[in-house]
Design a protein around this ligand. Structure first.
Ligand code: 13P
Length: 251
């Protein structure tokens, strides 16, 4: 049995004061509820240090939303893996569709980031997902296969235990349109099978594959009860402590 992992991607939301508010509501809420899953929050860079200080005595883990693959130097505006480690991050979201589609990140760039994160001791939450037009054109499988294969190029079997994959169909992100449990399960099984082909069954049976895209407290339980759905990567609904905890309770 894989333990479920629920992660909250805050995206570009919450200044320092709002971070303090949300984290104190989350830790207070969690101390009063039965939650049987691992929890990660991924605030923006400017809130990581504060979030780490506030989360120290809780079981909630900290992640960042992006990083660059170089160690240091003239890369204005970028953040390194070591910098993220130094403010308490254990995880880093890489390959999010907003990075791919708004900021033009390629599979190759994402692969370099994944390898750097792993060698630096950060655990990547590696996102893949097809656009609506790709699903409608019948090339969803092809897109997912390409993203998974390219993203994991040169990643060893041992290192796969340090990585989470998140399937986020782009048409379901922030639209209120969730993939049905069957639709999501189909792609999760496809991804697990790709991992099995490359790394073998023991690795594919262990890997955590999260679903993301309009996950809410009222659809979480059904999605999370699917055989190959091992958690959720939550956007909008993680910005309110109640709804984020509601999702955890569905795990
Ligand atoms: P929403 O939950 O707002 O659809 O966002 C999902 C997501 O992109 C998480 O990374």
């Amino acid at each position: 049995m894989r333990r479920k992992v629920i992660a909250g991607n805050w995206k570009m939301n919450n200044d320092l004061k709002e971070t303090q508010n949300l984290i104190s509501k989350l830790s207070a809420g969690l101390s009063n509820s039965e939650v049987n899953c691992d929890v990660i929050v991924c605030p923006p860079f400017t809130s990581l240090s504060e979030a780490y200080a506030l989360l120290k005595d809780t079981k909630i883990k900290l992640g960042a939303q992006n990083m660059y693959f170089e160690s240091s130097g003239a890369f204005t505006g970028e953040i390194s893996a070591a910098m993220l480690k130094s403010v308490g991050c254990e995880y880093v979201i890489l390959g999010h569709s907003e990075r791919r589609n708004i900021f033009g990140e390629s599979d190759e760039l994402i692969n370099s980031k994944i390898k750097k994160a792993i060698t630096s001791g950060l655990k990547p939450i590696f996102c893949v997902g097809e656009l609506l037009e790709e699903r409608e054109a019948g090339i969803m499988e092809e897109v997912i296969k390409r993203q998974v294969k390219a993203g994991l190029e040169g990643v060893s079997s041992d290192d796969m235990s340090k990585l989470i994959i998140a399937y986020e169909p782009v048409w379901a992100i922030g639209t209120g349109k969730t993939a049905s449990p069957d639709q999501a399960q189909e792609v999760h099984a496809l991804i697990r099978n790709l991992i099995k082909e490359k790394y073998g069954a023991p690795v594919s049976e262990k890997i955590i594959i999260q679903y993301g895209g309009s996950v809410k407290p009222d659809n979480a339980k059904e999605l999370l009860s699917q055989k190959d759905i091992d958690g959720a990567l939550v956007g909008g609904a993680c910005l309110k402590a109640d709804s984020f905890i509601g999702i955890m309770q569905g795990a």
